[in-house]
Design a protein around this ligand. Structure first.
Ligand SMILES: CC(C)(COP(=O)(O)OP(=O)(O)OC[C@H]1O[C@@H](n2cnc3c(N)ncnc32)[C@H](O)[C@@H]1OP(=O)(O)O)[C@@H](O)C(=O)NCCC(=O)NCCS
Length: 166
């Protein structure tokens, strides 16, 4: 099997930016949650693909927090990076920051999320990923927290499967 050398966290880092438009809003006039979720998935997918150097698919999304509403005209920056890697899966952390078009104020964190991606080969089968090497104390902390989330995800999935097999 091919051995991979590690890649620093910064290698995977991706930023996408876009301005929210009238087609993005819900009945209340703020940006629809589904629009924000797609934006999160897009930027996370780009970070996962950059880290693995190939195709990676979304396996799970959890802990999407919608912290502040977005409005038409807001300039939103989505930041993503690979926080943790396993054998074929990785966790990507995403942070969305908005600059209000009508306010002179500091950018606001409007959403955060954690997503699990799995690198796949041409047949859609999981393939090994290069290990991510945390490159700062902050990223070392993110790696450890991602490991805790992974344990919770898998134990929850296993517990539900056991419950269904009763
Ligand atoms: C994601 C997918 C490739 C996993 O295939 P699989 O045969 O179940 O793979 P495995 O059971 O071998 O698991 C592969 C890895 O994913 C992890 N994984 C799978 N499901 C997971 C979940 N719900 N939560 C966390 N990790 C998960 C496993 O722990 C394993 O990680 P590791 O290799 O780092 O230890 C497959 O389920 C799939 O193709 N899903 C559809 C993806 C898709 O269409 N996404 C939307 C469009 S991109």
């Amino acid at each position: 099997m091919q051995e991979h050398t590690g890649r620093p966290t910064a290698y995977s880092r991706v930023t996408l930016s876009r301005i929210m438009t009238a087609v993005d809003v819900n009945l209340y006039g703020t940006v629809h949650g589904g629009v924000i979720m797609k934006f999160i998935d897009d930027v996370a997918g780009a970070a996962a693909a950059r880290h693995t150097g190939g195709t990676a698919v979304t396996a799970a999304i959890d802990e999407i927090l919608f912290l502040e509403p977005l409005r038409v005209g807001d300039l939103v920056h989505a930041y993503a990076q690979v926080n943790w890697t396993g054998s074929t899966s990785m966790e990507v952390g995403v942070r969305l920051v908005a600059q209000r078009w009508d306010e002179v104020a500091d950018p606001v964190v409007v959403a955060t999320a954690y997503l699990v991606f799995v690198a796949v080969d041409a047949d859609g089968k999981p393939r090994r990923v290069p290990p991510v090497v945390p490159d700062s104390p902050e990223n070392e902390g993110r790696w450890r927290e991602a490991e805790i989330r992974r344990e919770h995800r898998l134990s929850r999935r296993d517990a539900i499967q056991r419950h269904r097999q009763r």
